[in-house]
Design a protein around this ligand. Structure first.
Ligand code: HPA
Length: 273
């Protein structure tokens, strides 16, 4: 089916379920679903009920689209996202972002768990994404361009909105939360990287690496949404010793750092609304 037809069906269904005028959309990353507990929920819709929404298959990811208020601001929040490595096409991965746009969202706040290749980062640190490298993943705009969403060749000189970055840094300062700023490189996963791959990812100019976010950012920029994104460092790619990285460790580290992310997103939503 045509992407636009799918989008229209999804949007029309959601309009029958909610009367929400959220300007802020949120996507919660692996192990970062707790934020949904501080949202004053108006409506919570399981992905399985929503036409064309894929169902998240990964442990640590919920599967609900939540409408409500965060910090007094109306939001719609994906508790659980879709990853390319689950077998969804890049276009399916970004469907919810486009749905957000079509429902009136203007700004998206994205979060993810990521591995650090910057040796100054520690597990549990937060990094505000200032730029990304997308070359190792499929660009979600490949295929016939949907002119009603955006242009064929979008500019990517400011993928992450600098005003939102500045606001986040202020919030960090005021609340004693250290925030790095850096470059996120997207990979497909689902394997974690080899030592050689982590080294290469560092050499090409990244600070962290992860399996999400960038396709969503590209689709968001394409359709004119402002993007803010933050990574929670859940493991160290560049490390001494021979330890292994596990999904459980990633989820555990995300959970530990989660309160900082909740505060940051709550304050950002408040300041936007
Ligand atoms: N690599 C890729 N994706 C990740 C990692 C990592 O080390 N940690 C969390 N997501």
């Amino acid at each position: 089916m045509d992407v636009m037809q799918q989008l229209n069906e999804t949007v029309n269904y959601l309009k029958t379920r909610v009367n929400n005028t959220a300007k802020v959309g949120i996507v919660l990353g692996s192990g970062l679903g707790n934020l949904s507990e501080v949202i004053e929920i108006e409506e919570s819709i399981p992905y399985g009920d929503i036409p064309h929404f894929p169902v998240s298959t990964v442990k640590g990811h919920g599967g609900k689209l939540i409408f409500g208020k965060l910090g007094g601001t109306k939001v719609m929040c994906m508790s659980g996202r879709f990853h390319y490595y689950e077998g969804y096409s890049a276009q399916q991965v970004v469907l919810p972002i486009r749905v957000m746009k079509m429902l009136g969202v203007e700004t998206v706040l994205l979060s993810n768990a990521a591995g650090a290749v910057n040796p100054n980062y520690k597990v549990g640190d937060l990094m505000v994404i200032k730029d990304h490298i997308s070359f190792f993943t499929e660009n979600p705009l490949i295929g016939k361009n949907i002119e009603s969403l955006g242009t064929r060749f979008p500019d990517m000189s400011e993928p992450y909105n600098l005003e939102l970055v500045a606001k986040a840094l202020e919030i960090g300062k005021a609340n004693n939360i250290e925030l790095h700023q850096g470059v996120y490189t997207a990979v497909t996963g689902p394997t974690f990287e080899t030592h050689a791959e982590y080294r290469m990812i560092k050499i090409i100019g990244s600070d962290v690496v992860g399996m999400s976010t960038v396709q969503e950012c590209i689709a968001a920029v394409h359709c004119g949404l402002k993007v803010f994104a933050v990574s929670v460092v859940t493991d160290l790619g560049i490390r001494e010793g021979n330890d292994v990285i596990t999904h459980e460790e990633v989820l555990h580290a995300a959970k530990q750092a989660e309160p900082k992310l909740t505060l940051l997103f709550t304050e950002l939503a408040k300041s936007i609304g």
